[in-house]
Design a protein around this ligand. Structure first.
Ligand code: PEP
Length: 261
């Protein structure tokens, strides 16, 4: 079991319309009152950008759920048609933003260098960057998992500014093996623990034991209420980034409730 306060974050990807988001917030608020998770687990939801204002209105200052973006442009503003800046996300009430999700890396050609610039942009806007990284199946089968994770983490280390972080618990990293995302094939608890231990050790070498111990390392990849408990039993797993199961309030609340135990 982690010594850090768990975080459960929803990644809604390009799902839901505004009315569905508002209904979801109502169910989430009701559910969180019943689960009474106030001081034991943090909760975040990252809807797609057009849903953010309605989602924020529906939350109406309900601070137990943090609003997050799914992506941001590395610049603070400018002529970038179709993009969203960190400042705009913050203006919508976001407190965090995903950086380098594997779907962005694969579908939009995001490089490690670009992801690092996004992490910096997030911090400039006062958002907590949630850095996503993970290996493909080919890379795992070729024995390259740690090489890939090390490369992806090292590229963002300067931007994360671990030594300078005023609140080290704001360091958020999600290990998301690409082969486990949306496939129903979850990493085993041992695989997750091994990858997270590698990442924490790397953080320790770069920024020292205090910063490494405070960073929250989430696991993502086909997490459900049925498989999250054994993953969270691993000492280096500090919560989850949840895609498919986060679309259903009951399943999402089920994961939150298990993290609050
Ligand atoms: C994700 O896309 O971040 C994710 C973890 O998706 P899923 O839970 O559906 O595998």
């Amino acid at each position: 079991m982690t010594q850090r306060r768990p975080l459960v974050a929803a990644n809604w990807k390009m799902h839901k319309l505004a009315a569905e988001a508002v209904a979801f917030v109502g169910e989430l608020r009701r559910g969180l009152e019943v689960v009474d998770v106030q001081h034991r687990v943090d909760v975040a939801v990252c809807p797609s950008a057009p849903l953010l204002p309605r989602f924020a209105d529906a939350l109406a200052g309900f601070r137990r759920v943090a609003l997050g973006g799914q992506d941001l442009h590395p610049d603070d503003d400018g002529a970038h048609t179709g993009d969203t800046s960190g400042r705009q996300l913050a203006d919508c009430g976001c407190r965090l933003v995903l950086c380098g999700h594997s779907e962005r890396r694969a579908e939009h050609g995001e490089t490690d260098a670009l992801v690092a610039r996004k992490v910096e942009a997030a911090r400039r806007a006062g958002l907590a960057p949630l850095l996503c990284l993970g290996e493909t199946l080919l890379e795992r089968e070729a024995g390259g998992t740690e090489e890939v994770l090390g490369r992806q983490l090292d590229a963002a280390l300067g931007a994360l500014d671990l030594r300078g972080a005023e609140a080290p618990a704001a360091t958020l990293i999600a290990y998301e093996p690409v082969w486990a995302i949306g496939t129903g094939r979850t990493a085993t608890p041992e695989q997750a623990q091994q990858a997270h231990a590698f990442l924490r050790h790397r953080l320790e070498s770069a920024a020292g034991p205090r910063a490494a111990a405070a960073a929250r390392l989430l696991y993502g990849g086909s997490v459900k209420p049925e498989n999250c408990a054994e993953l969270l039993d691993q000492p280096e797993v500090d919560g989850f980034l949840v895609g498919g199961a986060s679309l259903d309030p009951e399943a999402f609340l089920g994961i939150i409730a298990r993290c609050a135990r």
